[in-house]
Design a protein. Structure first.
Lengths: 208, 383
């Protein structure tokens, strides 16, 4: 965001509190310092090194309302953008909420909620094993296995089709599947997977 | 037409809200581990000990009474007291088994542990309703179609009028009476809920066969429950059969009344929204979330209350994330609430007396024709 503003030469009045374990852990550290040098009256960078004092005192340096007061006394008049681990976001959100500034609190996330599927995601051959017979079909890496089975003329158990009811769970016999909501890959034989929100990640075998 | 919202929210903001809720879910699920496992395993152990302990004390109480036809007044009094205490113990054990353990295990909340004994496939709860019927009627129908008229069979459980959207008919005049009755006999109501009596009596041959099948399954499960609570355990007391039978009946009644009260506070209190089928056509994930939020209500309470209500005092969180382990709801609740206040959405949370009080008032009021829709004024809100 800052980079975009700087590129168009229109840096707003920003107080940036950056937490990192040590100085060398600061992401884009030199770029940020350069920016601070270029816009001394607009861009105020505070770096807080949480581990410098040793493990035992590190929590003293974590975000706290007092610390915020100290670094940015007029924070109540500002929009707040936060990005970082959940505990930090929670602490900042609670502080903002307590001061009635919840509406001015915004979160930027490291991780997208709906996992974008990378170029490396491929489907494969899916085998649905049933007592006495099995149905083998090709599937891509983004179609839910429930759909794959239905398109193959099977009628596996299902309910909500949106990942909440677990009616569609069936055991994975071999191979890997991907949870389409999180992108997480599951591949332990015997594990029950939710077919309505999982797709093949390579070839796999399922028990119907 | 998408669901009506109480405030104006742009489509982009709604999607962002959906993503933030997804993130709460994903980060919590990613964080599950040993502490959560310990919680459920310990709870199950404690619950089983309490149930067994109460049953043994019950038998001891019967023994104190002795075999005499005419026990001394002192013996009779202490036997009664022991019976009463063990009845409450067993009642609490049944409440915990049904609500915090059974209901949540059957949602698949603990399937991630991959424990063959604690999972949604095999769990059979201490209730006359067969688990597989419950999982269909509850997890699939109710949780997918929450508060959608004509879809969610839990709106007044198809026997009561709890919103003016339901057309009135004279049968509802009696609902204040059968509502009370349902409280006392709650597990039996739950047991026959999955059976569609309309279809059973007037449906096609196939319908009738299906419904008869479901009723039979309930019958079989109920027979096992009755045999366990009202025959086998009392029989262990021999001639003092009745001294064990009575507290068993009492324990089931305690469980019935308590679960009835908590469950009725989930979707009926003042301020809860009811939707039409047209509202949910082509519903996005974000709007599904908002519907769950608007259609559910929380009850305020402490740690003991969380446990005894099966964490359904966090009904909102439960409906947003039905398969998230229930011990996590209290931790995600402040985040959900903060999101609601950021987006200007209501978060219906109040005391038990307010939630249960307004629920009961509605049941009385809507037994008569008319009534205004308290939850939403469609002309005034953004859609
Ligand atoms: S069909 Fe409901 S979770 Fe898959």
């Amino acid at each position: 965001m800052l980079r975009t503003y700087a590129a168009v030469g229109n840096v707003p009045d920003v107080v940036h509190v950056h937490y990192a374990p040590h100085e060398y852990d600061v992401i884009f550290g030199s770029e940020l310092r350069q920016l601070a040098g270029r816009y001394p009256s607009l861009y105020h960078l505070h770096t807080v090194y949480t581990r410098e004092l040793g493990e035992e005192r590190s929590s003293d340096r974590h975000f706290s309302p007092e610390q915020l007061e100290d670094l940015c006394p007029d924070w109540r008049e500002r929009e707040i953008w936060a990005c970082g681990p959940q505990s930090l976001l929670d602490a900042v959100e609670a502080t903002a909420g307590a001061a009635g500034r919840a509406r001015h609190f915004h979160v930027e996330r490291f991780r997208a909620a709906l996992a974008p599927l990378g170029a490396d995601v491929t489907g494969g051959t899916v085998a649905f094993r049933q007592a006495g017979k099995s149905v083998v079909v090709d599937a891509d890496g983004s179609t839910p296995l429930l759909r794959v089975a239905e398109d193959a003329g099977l009628n596996p158990p299902h309910g909500c089709r949106m990942g909440i009811c677990h009616t569609c769970d069936i055991p994975l016999l071999s191979g890997q599947v991907r949870d389409l909501r999180t992108g997480a890959v599951a591949g332990e034989p015997g594990q029950r997977i939710q077919t309505c929100v999982s797709a093949a990640a390579g070839s796999c075998e399922l028990q119907l | 037409m998408p669901i009506p919202l109480p405030v104006e929210i742009s489509e982009e903001a709604l999607d962002e809200l959906g993503r933030e809720l997804d993130h709460i879910y994903d980060s919590t699920i990613a964080d599950l581990g040993a502490a959560d496992e310990r919680y459920i395993r310990r709870l199950i152990k404690a619950q089983r000990s309490l149930a067994l302990g109460s049953r043994l004390v019950m038998l001891a109480g019967a023994a104190v009474r002795g075999r005499a036809r005419q026990p001394s007044p002192g013996r009779r009094a202490s036997s009664r007291m022991i019976g009463g205490v063990s009845m409450i113990g067993l009642g609490v054990a049944k409440i915990v088994e049904n609500m915090e353990i059974g209901h949540n295990v059957m949602h698949g909340q603990w399937d991630w542990m991959r424990d063959p004994d604690i999972n949604s496939v095999t769990w059979e709860w201490d209730n006359v309703c067969p688990s597989d019927q419950w999982k269909h009627g509850h997890n699939v129908v109710h949780h997918t179609w929450t508060n959608v008229m004509g879809k969610d069979r839990d709106i007044g459980y198809e026997i009561m009028r709890v919103t003016p959207k339901q057309p009135w008919n004279p049968v509802y005049l009696a609902q204040p009476v059968y509502n009370t009755l349902l409280g006392w006999l709650f597990e039996w109501g739950v047991g026959v809920h999955e059976t569609d009596f309309n279809k059973l009596l007037k449906g096609t041959a196939q319908d009738r066969a299906d419904q008869l099948q479901s009723l039979k399954a309930t019958g079989a499960k109920a027979a096992r429950q009755v045999a366990k609570d009202y025959v086998l355990w009392p029989a262990l007391a021999g001639s003092a059969f009745v001294s064990v039978l009575v507290p068993n009946v009492g324990a089931n009644l305690i469980r019935n009344l308590w679960s009835y009260m908590i469950i009725f506070c989930g979707h009926f209190p003042q301020g809860v929204y009811v939707f039409d089928e047209a509202d949910v056509e082509g519903e996005t994930r974000a709007r599904w979330y908002v519907r769950q939020l608007l259609g559910s209500a929380n009850i305020k309470g402490g740690a003991a209350f969380h446990l005894l209500s099966g964490n359904l005092d966090h009904q909102i969180e439960h409906h947003l994330f039905p398969d998230m382990p229930s011990n996590r709801y209290q931790r995600v609740a402040p985040r959900v609430k903060a999101l609601c206040s950021r987006y200007g959405l209501p978060y219906n949370s109040a005391s038990l007396s307010r939630q249960f009080g307004t629920t009961t008032l509605k049941i009385w009021r809507y037994s008569l024709p008319g009534g205004t829709d308290v939850s939403i004024d469609r002309d005034r809100v953004a859609s």
